[in-house]
Write a protein that binds this ligand. Sequence first.
Ligand code: GTP
Length: 283
Amino acid sequence: INWYPGHMKKTKEALQKNLKLIDVVVELLDSRIPFSSKNPDVDRIIKDKPKVVVLNKSDMADPSKIKIWQDYYESRGIKAIPVNTISGKGVDKIIQECREAMREKMEALVKKGRKERAIRLMIVGVPNVGKSTLINKLAKRKSTQTGDRPGVTKGNQWVKLKGDLELLDTPGILWPRFEDENVAMNLAFTRAIKDEILDIETLALRFIEKLEDIYPDNLKERYKLEELGQTPLETMEMIGVKRGCLMARKEIDYTRVAKIVLNEFRDGKTGKMTLEVPSDFEK
Ligand code: GTP
């Protein structure tokens, strides 16, 4: 998806229209990048609707940092639930929290002599955060098309869930804070946007630079390095040598090293990592 202003306006209008039909918003974030995978305007768009935050792909994230994000949301009165949508871990908790978010309102309805009705949910999130996978998991079916590339979500129906909930089959796809260079990097590292924002060698260098800063041990362990290089470039070359990414005359094949480093992170092989914490943004 290319988020030019016209597209953003249309998406926002569609979401506002759907919002009229729903009780609770389920905002999906990527546990590895909870800030970068958040739409900057979502809270303004959904206004005072109850919201449950899902920290998805928790299987690939750093448990201690997930906890920091949960506390951050908790202090703002919002439940943040770590979920692995693929295994289903944490998915039931989403349903539970959505019911909890609506409990008082439903009790008030019953008190007024009205019949309790189904609670209606909608999932929102930036591309590739796992919306379709979660819808399929909640609905216990495998029909919606999913793929590890942005912009393939389709559908449009209410799906009945257990516990008297109904889920809108169409998720709200929102734009990320793409104007922020760091955010764009994080999205590219996690494959939420295409690599083409930068050449892959530069992207990998920036990634190595980040890991040298926040997860040096993961980097050393994965690539069996005694020490890191003096510069990210040097570290990248050391990884290249370790992995035999050499061309004629023993020159480093930087493209190959870049692909190895990025893909191994994306496949979770470099360890459970979360690339940002709330204090990074509270300056
Ligand atoms: P768009 O259609 O682009 O908006 O994407 P989406 O938000 O619907 O994401 P989708 O469900 O297509 O998932 C994107 C990729 O993330 C897929 O490769 C999923 O298999 C993967 N994925 C989703 N949830 C998880 C999770 O909890 N853990 C892991 N490891 N991968 C996940």
